[in-house]
Design a protein around this ligand. Structure first.
Ligand code: MN
Length: 419
């Protein structure tokens, strides 16, 4: 990227306090390397995986193959080999020496946003998941843990739970960490199926991706503390909650390690968090009908909205696809199902389908159930929300022709505009 002029290099010393986040936001997804950070010896990379093109490039595959390859990796995880040694250097055990960003003015503190927690459980094996972490002191953070797999591990642990936090992971690990597989499925196996990787064993027994730039050896305690406010994927402040406290015992880094800063609500955050839900929706819809594509749209915070295209064979395929999509992504709030002549990446195309192929009294599904806590319009305590599915597919049979865009006008404009 640097050779192609696609990397912004910031040589001027910058502050982790609002300044770096401001630069990342102003660059609107353009990758940036902060070469000198005030108060830290480490460089920082931001906006790294903010486009699908760049993710595909890093994985060594074509962009069009991304969904299919990712879906296959989710269904066929492969345990990565354990490498003998890791070239980690131990740092002073003080989080304040790391370039941890304070992102938005009313946030509760500086936050580690690209940290992937690796945990082991006797019965369920390894789990790997993203958690935002608010720095409370030199070796203490409070972190957001939803009632999912890591939480199950914490509840099953008699005392404290040993974990590792990896920062600066390759894209296969980032995508796998954002994937919601079944309990007992090792997400690092998904990462390895997507692109070959290795793990190394830490002194606390946790096996982590060998390519991590920073690794923190930690313990999740039974203590709870305030976490938040924090601007998350919707760009709004998430509320303050009491969340688990994690102690940091050791900080390891690679030689010349680069810290990965993920701007909350930025394009990279949205893409890394949202895109892994496309293959899980795709796989669920494919069980019901012929699925042609899934797009978690950026307008829906890359989290709450999806467009699904299908090749319709039966009149109820649209409704089946709606219900399958909600199964494939539990936080999904609105889904539009379209025929495969609609461009799912084009908002105008999708809106055209809704305006010409959809009747709310027949083609709409609503369900009152638990959704995303990140949506400020949902109940912030119970996560109760109203989900809506829009079947904007055209009916089958004779009338289908009435729903096609007229074609047949082809002229060579050059002939007319030539002087
Ligand atoms: Mn899991």
């Amino acid at each position: 990227m640097d050779r192609k002029g696609k990397l912004a290099r910031i040589k001027k010393p910058v502050s982790t306090n609002l300044e770096m986040a401001g630069i990342m936001k102003a660059l609107n997804g353009k990758p940036v390397l902060f070469e000198r950070v005030k108060g830290s010896a480490s460089k920082v990379i931001g906006n790294l995986f903010s486009t699908r093109e760049r993710i595909a490039l890093s994985l060594g595959i074509k962009e069009e193959k991304l969904l299919e390859r990712f879906g296959r990796a989710i269904d066929n995880p492969k345990k990565p080999p354990l490498s003998a040694s890791a070239d980690f250097i131990q740092m002073e055990n003080d989080l304040r020496k790391l370039p941890i960003l304070f992102h938005y003015p009313k946030d509760g503190g500086p936050y580690i946003t690209s940290g992937i927690v690796i945990a082991h459980d006797k019965q369920y094996g390894r789990n790997c998941s993203f958690h935002r972490m608010m720095v409370m002191g030199k070796d203490r953070v409070s972190m957001r843990v939803l009632p999912r797999h890591l939480n199950t591990f914490i509840e099953r642990a008699k005392g404290e739970l040993n974990v590792a936090v990896c920062i600066g992971c390759p894209v296969n690990v980032l995508l796998a960490g954002a994937t919601s597989a079944a309990l007992g499925v090792d997400e690092i196996g998904i990462a390895n199926a997507l692109q070959r990787t290795k793990t190394v064993r830490l002194d606390n027994g946790i096996e982590v991706p060998a390519e991590s730039e920073f690794v923190l050896e930690c313990r999740i305690t039974k203590e709870m503390a305030k976490e938040g406010p924090f601007v998350d994927i919707t760009g709004t402040y998430d509320i303050v909650r009491r969340q688990p406290v994690m102690m940091v015992d050791r900080i390891l880094r690679k030689r010349n390690a680069i810290y990965h800063a993920l701007l909350p609500g930025g394009m990279e955050h949205n893409l890394l968090m949202g895109m892994p839900r496309e293959p899980t929706i795709f796989n669920e819809v494919s069980k019901e009908c012929i699925c042609k594509g899934v797009h978690i749209t950026p307008g829906g915070c890359s989290w709450l909205h999806a467009v699904v295209s299908i090749k319709k064979r039966n009149e109820n395929d649209g409704k089946k696809a709606i219900n399958a999509a909600f199964r494939g992504h539990r936080s999904l709030k609105h889904v539009v199902v379209v025929d495969d002549d609609i461009d799912i990446y084009g908002p105008l195309s999708v809106e055209w389908a809704i305006s010409t192929r959809f009747q709310a009294d027949k083609d709409m599904v609503t369900r009152k159930e638990r959704g995303s806590s990140l949506d400020p319009s949902s109940d912030q305590k119970t996560r109760a929300t109203c989900k809506v599915g829009i079947d904007a597919t055209k009916p089958l049979g004779r009338r289908a022709g009435e729903f096609k865009k007229a074609t047949g006008l082809t002229v060579d404009l050059k002939k007319y505009l030539k002087r």
